[in-house]
Design a protein around this ligand. Structure first.
Ligand code: NAD
Length: 309
């Protein structure tokens, strides 16, 4: 299958450098009209310049692609709205949004300033919220849309010194799960990419011989796929150095405790049993978990309850 973006308009945030730049270039090569967003700051989110977005847009135009540069700070709702209006004025539509802009403010949790915690949440989570909220009505109206969140192995599994970043990168998964439900009848699919690449954000941490393997270009196929018509839905797709995998959030079948066993002691005694991964389930909304518990509880109590009603 040939994945084309002819006549599609895609916004990529934080596309002045690193991964976002690689995504924007690859999308444009496939015919997308690309809004290259970047506020041009440093890795910790300080300072700003319009040069970063313009540089990637110029690269795209140099090979005959179509791009506009935008230097909105994704944390600024008004600037994000203007960016979206600018794209719609020029091209009349928004087909996909890749929420990629990000910063780091690392410190061990006991030393972390809460202002730095908030700033990281503000850029990764609220930046994704602002941009998605601005394109959402357009996608609903056109019955088509692709949203890509950017998570991280750190969000999924944690990392020393990155409590703020980990929280933000898991938060976008919660956002994705609900937007999948709300967007379903409007043809909107929402997925998340978990990238790994040597960029200015990570280069200092990656052993030199591996830097050459961990290119942003090796991650770009995942972003392009998730932004395309062929995109799946509700997928956490990890991509690093040519390796691709999926992360699932699954739940054990668990146990039901009643009477005296429904106590901290009973739970402690059953902890191994409730942790047994046999028959683990994937749920498509929070209610499915509640139904599992209540259905079992009702059966034990002899209460007439149907999970479907
Ligand atoms: N590089 C990795 O290994 C890795 C791993 C997991 C997740 N990520 C995520 O991938 C995304 C891209 O990271 P990268 O490695 O390319 O880093 P990068 O620093 O090279 O690029 C991030 C870009 O986002 C822009 N940006 C930051 N704050 C912004 C804001 N408020 N508004 C608009 N633009 C803003 C920056 O100016 C920068 O150009 C980030 O969300 C990052 O957390 C990266």
């Amino acid at each position: 299958m040939n994945i084309s973006f002819e006549n599609r308009v895609v916004i990529v945030t934080g596309a002045g450098a690193g991964l976002g730049r690689a995504y924007a270039l690859e999308l444009a090569r496939r015919g997308a009209r690309v809004v290259v967003n970047d506020f041009g700051g440093s890795v910790d989110g300080s300072a700003a310049s319009s040069g970063a977005a313009e540089a990637t847009a110029a690269e795209i135009r140099a090979f005959g692609g179509q791009a506009i540069a935008d230097s909105a700070d994704v944390t600024d709702e008004g600037s994000v709205q203007s960016m979206v209006e600018k794209a719609v004025d020029k091209w009349g539509r928004i087909d996909a949004l890749i929420n990629n802009a990000g910063i780091l403010r690392d410190a061990a949790f006991h030393k972390m300033k809460l202002a730095d915690f908030r700033k990281v949440i503000e850029v990764h989570l609220m930046g994704s919220v602002n941009c998605t909220h601005a394109v959402w009505p357009i996608m609903r109206a056109s019955n088509y849309g692709r949203i890509v969140m950017t998570t991280s192995s750190v969000g999924q599994y944690g990392n020393f010194g990155q409590a703020n970043y980990a929280a933000a990168k898991m938060a976008v998964i919660g956002l994705m799960n609900t937007l999948v439900i709300e967007g379903a009848k409007f043809g909107i699919r929402v997925n998340a990419i978990g990238p790994g690449a040597a960029t200015r954000m990570t280069e200092a941490l990656i052993p030199k011989p591996i830097v050459a393997l961990m290119t942003p270009e090796s991650v770009a196929p995942a972003a392009v796929f998730l932004a395309s018509e062929a995109a799946p839905n509700r997928v956490i797709l990890n991509a690093t150095a040519g390796g691709f995998s999926r992360t699932y959030i699954r739940e054990t079948v668990g146990v039901h405790l009643s009477g005296a066993d429904c106590s901290a002691e009973g739970l402690s005694a059953s902890f191994e049993a409730l942790s047994d991964p046999t028959g683990e389930q994937l749920y498509l909304d929070g209610g499915q978990q509640v139904n599992k518990f209540v259905t079992r509880s009702a059966a034990v109590a002899g209460v007439n309850f149907s999970s479907g009603s």
